[in-house]
Structure formats: structure tokens, C-alpha cells
Design a protein around this ligand. Sequence first.
Ligand SMILES: *[C@@H]1O[C@H](CO)[C@@H](O)[C@H](O)[C@H]1NC(C)=O
Ligand SMILES: [Fe+2]
Length: 200
Amino acid sequence: MKTVLALFLVATAMTFEIVSSHPPPGNVPTDWITMTDPCIQKMKDQVQEEIKAAMTYLTMGAHFSRDVVNRPGFAKFFFESASEEREHAIKIMSYLLMRVLVDTWSDGLTALTQALNLETHVTNKIRDVIKVCEEARKTNNEVFNDYHLVDYLSGDFLEEQYKGQRQLAGMISTLGKMNQTHKSLGEFLFDKKLLNGEPL
Ligand SMILES: *[C@@H]1O[C@H](CO)[C@@H](O)[C@H](O)[C@H]1NC(C)=O
Ligand SMILES: [Fe+2]
């Protein structure tokens, strides 16, 4: 579930910037780019539609998982539908990436830096949840310290956040040094290691 949600966020946050005015670095010719603007826009809109459908199916899956509904078959069906819609969004993105010039983040170091800032934001949001839940009140105003939820969020989610943030900080440090000495060759080598799952 967590992976599914994370991928949703990535897909939703991904905004395509179509660049047709200037050639990409390396002076690659652009005559092969033949897709036209209104068509590109419709495809970009379709990505959002598929993501929206996936979110709706996630909600449906959650509904049929409720104790009073208790229909695991329906829940399974709708959660799988959500994954399918997410796949559709990724397929359309991949198609656009094949046909048009997409300019989003200028380089890997910039993207990793933005990722670390994003994770820091998410961590603060989880801390906000903990803050509210550790001294929550029942409808009769009686204090109810939700120890279990706070333990779960601290032990599971914050644990993952801090590990992820440390990993990103390390990656930024390594890539920053590689960029300083070897510029784009540094990023090329870093990318190869990332692809092979080597520690960075
Ligand atoms: C990469 O290094 C160069 C100097 O070697 C620097 O101008 C550039 O800003 C660096 N890139 C990033 C994203 O920090
Ligand atoms: Fe779809």
C-alpha cells in the first residue's frame, strides 16, 4: 500500500514541461519530434485522469474493507483496479517521454535536493499527526492518549523517513563531490550505480 501511495505522489507531482524551442544538451537534432501541441496537452490531461481514477478506486477499496461492509473480494478488485489505473498513467507518461522533449529537473543533483526537501516536509507532517494523536480527546472531551498509533507512526513511519532522509543527504553529498570533479561524467557514473542498486 505504501509503495502504491508513494508512486501516486510521484506521478501527481510530475509536471511535464514540453520544450520545443531549444535543442537539448549535446545538440541532438529535434526534427524527429513530430507530436503536436494540442495532442500533447490531451495526453498530459489523460495522465491526470488516470491518476484521478486510481485515487477513486483506492477509496472504493477502502470502503469495502470497512468492518461494517466487510467485502474483501470487492476490496481486492478495487485495489487492483487502482494499480491498473496507475499503470495506465505511467504508460502514457512513458509514451510522452518517447515522443516529446520533456524538461522537468535540470539535473540529478537538483532532483535529489528537491527530494530531500520533500521528505523533510513529509516528516514534519507525520510529526503533526503524532502531536495531535498523542493527546487526542474523545467526543466526551476525555483525553485519550493514542499510544498505539503514536508508536506505529514513530517506529514505522518516522523510522523510514529518517533513514530515507539520511540516504538522500548521503547521495547529495556523493553526487555533489562527483559533479565538482567530473561534472556530467560524475552523474553518469552515479546513475549506473543507482541502476545496479549499489550503495552510494
Ligand atoms: C556542478 O558543478 C559545477 C562546477 O563544477 C557547478 O557550476 C554546478 O552548479 C554544479 N551543479 C549543481 C547542481 O550543483
Ligand atoms: Fe485507465
